[in-house]
Design a protein around this ligand. Structure first.
Ligand SMILES: C[S@@+](CC[C@H](N)C(=O)[O-])C[C@H]1O[C@@H](n2cnc3c(N)ncnc32)[C@H](O)[C@@H]1O
Length: 237
């Protein structure tokens, strides 16, 4: 299914001035090409005040469509949710608008978190690098749902973070990761989600719920970038 068939769930298109489009496109390219995590963190801090403008200019729909998938898969509003790479809280805002209230967020960028704090959506924010070697200070199985949109992309998180996501989810808990389709299909930039999910499923750790194709973002020059919402249930730790 292509969830963009459901047009009401995508954002209303607005005219973006050409200079803003050019700026957004260049910023995004730089972010995806960051040489290391320190450089990436500085880039996000620098762009923080204009991050929402950047994503609007790129017609980024990952937040809306991933939350839409979550709402269909988890109608219970009382679940505890972790938003990995929460940024300025675009995902959290959508969750909040749909009635979810126990939302935790983790992100490494102090600049983005500062913008997010003003929105007062999340019950707890953690400033940290989501790193497989440094578990977050949450007990095993603390969350019912983990959502992460636009974070498993080049220069950001890789499949090596999946064990920490699985640890943080309770048995029966749901992980929704939204990435670019070519990143998944071609296992670009060392992000081996496709083979990792396949082996975790084969080993009985995860159960595949769905892979939904979406219009992830639209760049005036490059056109539509397709994305995938990867939904998996944890069967065992
Ligand atoms: C493209 S933004 C997506 C933000 C948000 N999920 C959204 O949909 O708007 C990527 C986010 O991942 C965060 N990030 C990247 N690498 C990270 C890491 N190792 N640990 C924590 N956050 C990270 C960045 O700071 C940024 O907020």
């Amino acid at each position: 299914m292509n969830v963009n068939d459901n047009e009401k769930d995508t954002k209303v298109e607005k005219e973006t001035p050409p200079d803003v489009l050019k700026w957004a496109s260049e910023r995004l390219r730089a972010i995806l090409g960051a040489s290391n995590t320190d450089a990436l963190e500085v880039m996000y801090d620098d762009v923080a005040e204009r991050y929402d403008e950047l994503t609007a200019a790129m017609k980024y729909n990952g937040d809306v469509l991933t939350v839409d998938a979550l709402t269909r898969l988890v109608p219970n509003r009382d679940v505890r949710i972790l938003d990995v790479g929460c940024g300025t809280g675009l995902v959290g805002q959508q969750l909040y608008d749909k009635g979810y209230r126990d939302i935790h967020g983790v992100d490494m960028s102090a600049g983005l978190l500062k913008v997010l704090e003003k929105k007062q959506i999340y019950s707890k924010l953690v400033k940290a690098r989501f790193d497989p070697s440094t578990p977050l200070q949450y007990a095993d199985g603390y969350f019912d749902v983990i959502i992460s949109s636009g974070v498993f992309i080049p220069s950001h998180l890789t499949h090596t973070c999946l064990p920490e996501i699985i640890r943080l989810l309770k048995p029966g808990g749901l992980s929704l990761i939204t990435t670019r389709k070519n990143v998944f299909d071609e296992e670009m930039a060392g992000i081996k989600l496709k083979s990792s999910f396949a082996s975790l499923t084969k080993d009985g750790v995860l159960e595949k719920i769905s892979h939904e194709e979406i219009d992830y973002l639209t760049d005036e020059n490059d056109g539509v970038t397709p994305g995938l919402i990867l939904s998996y249930k944890v069967l065992q730790q």
